[in-house]
Design a protein around this ligand. Structure first.
Ligand SMILES: *Cc1c(COP(=O)(O)O)cnc(C)c1O
Length: 422
């Protein structure tokens, strides 16, 4: 494997003092990455949860090439274009009922910033003094300042704490303790000052692949509706099939007031995000008064190349048996999970749809746990890209992965755990 250094590049979530060189990738296909020297690595985390069907889906690649022959970029204030219109219509068609408008941006973090700003603008334009946000303990909503504020406080954001705004936080609904979470949410909502509640539906990703049940998600939604608190579903990770359904909210039968999607929106090929909202939220911003408009844009809002990739991805969801593939993958994951449950070295073996996760028993957790980097290296040496969250290992592959490839990944991970815990 070619390890390249030095380079002027500064990598994300990387301690350069511990990781001297980066693995150089020249090509990808399906569930595989190919290094400069030809070595292959199974992408067991979908390249940070973005690749859904597999790398370089032919129709998405073709759509990007075709779009490049027509229109590269155009200002999106005062202008529109067909790929963006297709993305908006396609999203409304598959999103939970009642989501009627689509605001495009570039990343999950910006989709969350947009959601929070939509909620605050909605109440301000209606002259209702609701300005506070409620979020779940262990939440992760992105790395921009607003998204960090909504996320859990910890080692990730300690240096930036002085600039984060206050968010009301309620306990994660641990199994058996759900009522405590619901009571806390109700107590917050009752006060009448809460603008919105934001959560990752059914599974908290970066917080450690923490799963809670659909009934609790439905109850949280019911409480918000009872007190007129806007319900924001951050489906940036869960969206586009990861949890077994197109969106996680479907499993609770709920329709959020605002929904954020990003990662899998283009199938993972290009950066694009969308924040969907109910009609009332859009309409609260419509007026002849310029001061009531929605004050948000980024230079590349609705970039045509990214929109062409997303529009084609949405077509793939209709024309290919994507949900059947997801069900097959979830079944393969169930088989693996059944085996892992008998493994004494592991604890909390869990699964939601295409995602499987477990903890290394008796290992100190926390994102900075040494074992995370050791395991990552040991897996890489065995041709598997894994990126444990502290002592939590998860497998979240693209949907094209075969049962054999998945078995190979688990064998490599098991071997890596033996090496690291020896
Ligand atoms: C990854 C993630 C984000 C941030 O998305 P970026 O595209 O990395 O900015 C927000 N919310 C959730 C739930 C995520 O998993």
């Amino acid at each position: 494997m070619t390890v390249v250094r030095p380079s002027p590049l500064w990598h994300p979530f990387t301690q350069h003092g511990l990781e001297a060189g980066m693995v150089r990738i020249r090509r990808a296909e399906g569930a595989w990455l190919e290094c400069d020297d030809g070595r292959r690595i199974l992408d067991a985390i979908s390249s940070w949860w973005v690749i859904t069907h597999g790398h370089r889906h032919p129709a998405i690649m073709q759509a990007i090439k075709d779009q490049a022959d027509q229109l590269d970029q155009v200002i999106f204030a005062g202008f529109t274009h067909e790929p963006a219109e297709q993305v908006a219509r396609g999203l409304i068609e598959i999103a939970p009922h009642g989501l009627a408008h689509v605001f495009l941006s570039d990343s999950g973090s910006t989709a969350v910033e947009v959601a929070l700003k939509m909620a605050l603008g909605y109440w301000r334009n209606r002259a209702v003094p609701r300005t506070k946000i409620v979020a779940l303990e262990h939440a992760y909503h992105g790395d921009t300042v607003g998204a960090m504020s909504a996320g859990a406080r910890g080692v990730f954001n300690a240096p930036y704490d002085p600039m984060l705004f206050e968010v009301r936080r309620i306990a994660f609904p641990v199994a058996g303790g759900e009522q405590h979470t619901l009571d806390a949410l109700e107590a917050e909502c009752k006060g009448g000052t809460i603008a919105a509640f934001i959560c990752e539906p059914l599974i908290l990703g970066a917080g450690g692949m923490l799963i809670y049940d659909a009934a609790t998600l439905a109850d949280m939604h019911r409480i918000c509706a009872k007190y007129d608190v806007l319900f924001i579903a951050d489906e940036v990770m869960t969206g586009f099939g990861r949890t077994g359904t197109t969106f996680a909210c479907e499993q609770a039968g709920i329709a959020p007031d605002i929904m954020c999607v990003a990662k899998g929106l283009t199938g993972g090929a290009l950066p694009l995000a969308a924040t969907l909202c109910r009609r009332e939220i859009f309409e609260a911003h419509v007026s002849t008064d310029r001061a009531r408009m929605f004050f948000h844009s980024s230079s590349f809002t609705a970039n045509p190349l990214a929109c062409a990739a997303a529009a084609t991805n949405l077509k793939i969801w209709k024309s290919e048996p994507v949900l059947a593939r997801i069900t097959d993958l979830a079944d393969h994951q169930s088989n693996a999970v059944a085996r892992l449950q008998r493994d004494q070295r592991l604890s909390n073996v869990r699964q939601l749809g295409t995602i499987a996760a477990f903890d290394i028993a008796g290992s100190a957790n926390g994102y900075l746990a040494d074992i995370a980097l050791q395991l990552r290296r040991a897996c890489l040496a065995r041709g598997v890209l894994a990126r444990p969250l502290g002592a939590t290992v998860y497998v979240m592959p693209p949907y094209c992965v075969t049962a054999d490839e998945l078995d190979g990944a688990y064998a490599a991970i098991s071997d890596a755990i033996s090496e690291v815990t020896a």
